[in-house]
Design a binder for this molecule. Structure first.
Ligand code: SAM
Length: 233
């Protein structure tokens, strides 16, 4: 059984002040840090004054990389996993790494160091019911989009989606058509852009209103889209 510990450390989604004391202590204490992009994490570590061996892990990492992390842990090392932003494992390669490591070492100690997450950050200011909600992550680029929009139009829960600047207007357009077809063209949404960053913006309204407001701004940055429950006013 592995004697090392894998710490899953949440990091800021924009504002570098949004990191917990425990996250900083953990990053200072571990023997090595695995991350998605060493350039991104190196910037954060420089800001925190932390110098540690830094290794890349991404969704295409080979079994050899996973075996290297597993053996590091087996030797009793303390290892941190961070992602480019937010909580590792939530829609990033961290989740697959944890699964692969647990498959290799079922007794592995995995310790969460909680902190920011883009979905929950946006949900917290949405004003929509969050005692029960669905998290759908990224909408597929091609196959399955229309089925998903039809399902969304019938969904009675708050739904949280991630979207990129390249597709946000297309997604809003197709969503608007699906809501209109379902007889709910006024279904409310909240679009969070660049949360915790300089150009943080929250757009509220119907899909049509939000799309128009976004088009009047520059379509730049990172987005979380929250759809209010069917029937919510
Ligand atoms: N693990 C991350 C988390 O805990 O939120 C999510 C990783 S996912 C690969 C990246 C997506 O999260 C972006 O494409 C965007 O949809 C969303 N996101 C991340 N940071 C954001 C921010 N500051 N403002 C709005 N959306 C953000």
């Amino acid at each position: 059984m592995a004697s090392g510990t894998l710490f899953i450390v949440a990091t800021p989604i924009g504002n570098l002040q949004d990191i917990t004391l425990r996250a900083i202590e953990t990053l200072k204490a571990v023997d090595a840090i695995f991350c998605e992009d060493t350039r991104v994490t190196a910037k954060l570590l420089a800001h925190l004054g932390v110098t540690k061996p830094l290794f890349a892990y991404h969704q295409h990492s080979s079994d050899a990389v996973v075996a290297q992390i597993a053996s590091t842990l087996r030797e009793g090392m303390q290892v941190a996993l961070v992602s480019d932003a937010g909580t590792p494992g939530i829609n990033d390669p961290g989740g697959a790494l944890i699964a692969r490591l647990l498959a290799a070492e079922p007794g592995l100690a995995v310790v969460p160091i909680p902190g920011p997450n883009a979905a929950v950050t946006t949900l917290s200011v949405s004003g929509f019911p969050a005692d029960r909600f669905q998290y759908w992550g990224f909408i597929p680029h091609k196959k399955g989009r229309q089925t998903l929009f039809r399902e969304l139009a019938l969904c009675e829960d708050t739904v949280v989606l991630y979207e990129s600047k390249h597709r946000i207007l297309k997604t809003l357009g197709e969503m608007q058509a699906a809501f209109a077809a379902a007889g709910t063209p006024d279904r409310p949404v909240v679009l969070g852009r660049e949360l915790t960053k300089q150009f943080e913006t929250l757009y509220r309204g119907t899909v049509e209103q939000v799309a128009t407001a976004l088009q009047n701004d520059e379509v730049l940055g990172e987005f979380v889209l929250i759809v209010g429950p069917k029937g919510w006013r």
